[in-house]
Write a protein that binds this ligand. Structure first.
Ligand code: ZN
Ligand code: ZN
Length: 336
């Protein structure tokens, strides 16, 4: 099978032919249809994942079809369309695992970082950690839902979104656009925060009622003027300081959820935080039940990401474009 391998930090992906792997106990072999290119894949190659086990096949936005099941595996059946995500395995015994919060397991294992992922024609995956795709969901368009979608959907949920929330989304790229559309579909009111007003028309088209350009106005003040502030600020921009600048625009008991952040520390003003019981959290992806809900909600509300189809050989170019900040639409590797 044709395979891309991350061999070491700061090395481009190497392309190679490998034997199709055999699924072991508790595993399934998935014939991959599509794999999205996530920023985490670039982080891996740039050395930001000390736990990485090189050589590793990157990729954790996987969709495909179960081609074979390992010994003792009765689910999912051969022929089932499935997706696989960032969280590839966990201990299944700790308090977090038994509560269905496997993403918090201290012994969790990450697809495409310590286990081979989706930049290949086949992958062996843990049967309990794949998610059946809802009927009718296009497996190519659904690939980015396995990480970008999950991160957006579950970030809003962990931030306590309700149908009466005012939600401010910072950054309207891949994850941010999905967050806007999910929040609108959940019944929330949405404001979008961008640097310039270039993104305003697109934000309004997605259902945002307000657009705040930080080059023209202070985001925290603009949010406070929005019926008393945002109940949830969702930061999808790759900047910690962008999130911090909006923080005091939260309404009392509001929550800042970061899914994007930079290397700088998060600095927040403690007095307004204490007076108004404000919260801040970084949400790491999600557990298998969050993945199911993300796919079900996306299918029910027809929320699919914009993407560009590429071949596996184009992966280095897509990652290089991402490194330069010129990624554009999400790249999805497809296997014909
Ligand atoms: Zn565990
Ligand atoms: Zn990802």
């Amino acid at each position: 099978m044709f395979t891309a391998v991350a061999t070491a930090v700061d090395e481009p992906l190497a392309f190679t032919e490998r034997e199709v792997p055999e699924p072991g106990q508790g595993e399934v072999l998935v014939k991959i249809i599509a794999c999205g290119v996530c920023h985490t894949d670039l982080d891996l190659l740039q050395g930001h994942w000390p736990i990485a086990r090189f050589p590793v096949v990157p990729g954790h936005e996987i969709t495909g079809v179960v081609a074979a099941a390992g010994p003792g595996v009765s689910w999912p059946e051969v022929g089932t369309s499935v997706g696989a995500q960032f969280l590839g395995d966990s201990c299944r015994r700790c308090d977090h695992c038994v509560r269905g919060e496997q993403i918090l397991c201290p012994r969790k294992r990450i697809t495409g970082i310590v286990m081979d992922g989706g930049y290949a024609e086949y992958a062996v995956l843990k049967a309990d950690f794949v998610t059946p795709l809802p009927q009718g969901l296009d497996p190519v368009a659904a690939a980015p839902l396995m990480c970008a979608g999950l991160t957006a959907f579950n970030g809003l949920r962990q931030g306590g979104i309700t149908a009466t929330s005012r939600v401010a989304v910072i950054g309207a790229g891949g994850v941010g656009s999905l967050a806007i559309r999910y929040a609108v579909a959940m019944g929330a009111r949405v404001a979008v925060i961008g640097r310039s007003d270039r993104g305003e028309a697109a934000a309004r088209e997605m259902g945002a009622e307000r657009f705040i350009a930080t080059q023209d106005s202070d985001p925290a003040e603009a949010l406070k003027a929005w019926d008393g502030g945002a109940n949830l600020i969702f930061n999808a921009a790759p900047s910690t300081s962008a999130a911090a600048a909006a923080f005091t625009g939260l309404a009392p008991d509001g929550t800042l959820v970061l899914v994007g952040y930079g290397p700088e520390p998060l600095t927040l003003p403690t007095r307004p935080m204490a007076l108004n019981r404000l919260h801040a959290m970084i949400n790491p992806s999600g557990s298998p039940h969050d993945m199911r809900d993300t796919l079900a909600f996306s299918a029910a509300h027809d929320i699919l990401p914009e993407f560009t189809s590429i071949g596996l050989r184009d992966a280095n170019a897509a990652l290089a474009a991402m490194a330069r900040g010129h990624a554009g639409k999400r790249s999805v590797i497809t296997f014909g």
